[in-house]
Ligand binder design. Structure first.
Ligand code: BG6
Length: 505
């Protein structure tokens, strides 16, 4: 029997206004996500899209451009008749974000679109634009009377923003203040697309919908946790952004810390969005700060050198096009951290992530404590492998339990075996893309899977401690790892000096 829990409200008829409409995100992710929701019968009955951008597209040119995106990136193939019905709901308006005059035009255009599609005036503004454009966009919307009072539930105004929400704590606070000056927190949806991934959502289901995990989910039984997010691709075409960010800001501050929150949080007392978000933020607040000289003991940063990754020759990071030859931006980071509370006292969380690694593979591995060295584990020279519960986030979505089993035969031999659960085998439907779930949640006004202002700032506060510690090191070079490997020897030492080892993926 399948039970339905979670989002209580249904997605409501609305217009999605995409600032940065002619950009990559709209084409690769947003419109394909909407199209899949349409095919799955999940889109509200009345719905429209208005792309806003500097490019001089007509409605038809914009439709043709996003159609290409659907053809290339959609989870489900393009079906011409369905697209033909959907396309008239997609519109485009040329507009410059920093020109206050644009917003009057946007308002008129929105009113026309709403009249055509019989929409009630609910509007979702997706700011797919650089953070330095957030202020003029918010101000322009406010001045044009395009932001509803949050106390009036209908018609609603909501805003979606994406990372990077800042470079450090101070800049994140400034962005939040800019948005907060125009929108109430209840109207703000900060996307961390990892929270929209099926396997990531499943962490809470696994922990709190099964009786066997919670009793052992603590320092008495768990030896340590490893979180790995490996990417095979190098920096690609995003040199300017990436070189200003690096792996800690790009992956740890948001996605990986959110994974850690889900693994480490206390059971929330309900599935109410704020109750769940409060439980997540407690983990961030409990993270032991890594500051000053502690960065040397608890962190490793590195850059990829020449090698082969994802089947292609990769130049060293400093030789990638657009990267300064003396860059000290890390493309890899490994960390050891502790959540200081009763449940996790003394349990290290090891984190590693990098570009140009051996393969694309992300997982959370919970390693349980060794059993006593008696009975089947009596051979001190060859101790039994510990139990490990692995939550595979991607690409082979699933879960595995490593347990010790008897080898069939007359001898009392044991061997580690894996009990494997694969999403693809267990459920015949493919997992939706993260953006599908997230857009639907915004239409329904459910903020559970979004980052609240205090959470963004709490995670930046912790990360800024590390960034400051690194800056004080005044390093001119970083350790290297060959592209296509699993990281530098320094990262091996980080974990091996504790008598543990990175998992082989
Ligand atoms: C983005 C980062 O947030 O996440 C990228 O900016 C990274 O650098 C991407 O490649 C990873 O997302 P996914 O869903 O491919 O794991």
């Amino acid at each position: 029997m399948t039970n339905e829990v979670g989002r209580s409200a249904a997605p409501e008829p609305c217009t999605l206004v995409i600032f940065g409409g002619s950009g990559d995100l709209a084409k690769r992710k947003l419109v394909p996500a909407l199209y899949n929701l349409l095919l799955d019968g999940m889109l509200p009955t009345s719905f429209a899209v208005l792309g806003i951008g500097r490019k001089a597209f007509s409605d038809d040119e914009f439709r043709a451009s996003v159609k290409e995106g659907v053809q290339q990136f959609s989870r489900q193939a393009l079906d011409e008749p369905r697209w033909k019905n959907f396309a008239p709901r997609i519109h485009y308006q040329v507009g410059a974000i920093d020109d206050p005059a644009s917003y009057g035009t946007i308002r008129t255009r929105l009113e026309q679109i709403e009249a055509t599609h019989q929409l009630p005036g609910n509007r979702i503004y997706y700011l797919a634009i650089p953070p330095d454009s957030f202020a003029p966009a918010c101000e322009g919307l406010k001045q044009a009377g395009l932001v509803q009072d949050p106390k009036r539930l209908h018609p609603f105004s909501r805003v979606i923003i994406e990372k990077p929400i800042g470079q450090d704590l101070a800049s994140a606070q400034a962005i939040n203040a800019t948005i907060g000056a125009v929108f109430d927190e209840s109207q703000v949806f900060r996307i961390d697309h990892y929270l929209g991934k099926e396997t990531v959502q499943n962490i809470l289901v696994l922990r709190f919908a099964n009786s066997i995990f919670e009793p052992i989910w603590n320092h008495k039984y768990i030896d340590h946790v490893q979180i790995t997010v490996g990417e095979a691709e190098g920096v690609g075409t995003r040199a300017t952004y990436y070189d200003g960010a690096g792996a800690l800001r790009d992956m740890v501050q948001n996605h990986i810390l959110q994974l850690l929150c889900l693994v480490a949080m206390e059971p929330p007392y309900s599935l109410d969005p704020d109750v769940v978000r409060n439980a997540r933020i407690d983990v961030l607040r409990g993270l032991h700060p890594i500051v000053g000289k502690d960065v040397e003991r608890f962190t490793v940063r590195a850059q990829y050198s020449q090698g082969t990754a994802h089947g292609k020759a990769v130049p060293g990071y400093r030789r990638e096009s657009g990267i300064p030859p003396d860059s000290i931006t890390e493309t890899y980071v490994a960390l050891k951290c502790f959540v200081e509370n009763w449940r996790w006292a003394g349990v290290p969380f090891y984190i590693r992530t990098g570009k140009a690694m051996a393969k694309r593979a992300s997982e959370v591995a919970v390693q349980f404590k060794d059993i006593p060295q008696i009975l089947f584990n009596g051979n001190q020279a060859a101790p039994l492998a510990p139990n490990v519960l692995t939550l595979r986030i991607q690409p082979e979505e699933g879960m595995a339990w490593r347990i010790i089993s008897k080898v069939p035969g007359s001898k009392a031999q044991t061997h580690p075996v894996e009990m494997n659960f694969k999403y693809g085998d267990a459920f015949s439907v493919p997992s939706p893309e993260a953006y599908e779930r997230l857009l639907l949640d915004v239409m329904a006004g459910d903020a559970s899977l979004f980052m609240r202002r205090d959470a963004v700032e709490a995670s930046w506060q912790w990360v800024t401690g590390i960034l400051d510690g690194w800056a004080a090191q005044q390093t001119r070079w970083l350790p290297e790892y060959s592209a296509g490997s699993w990281g530098p020897v320094e990262a091996d030492r980080l974990i091996e000096s504790d008598g543990r080892a990175w998992r082989k993926l």
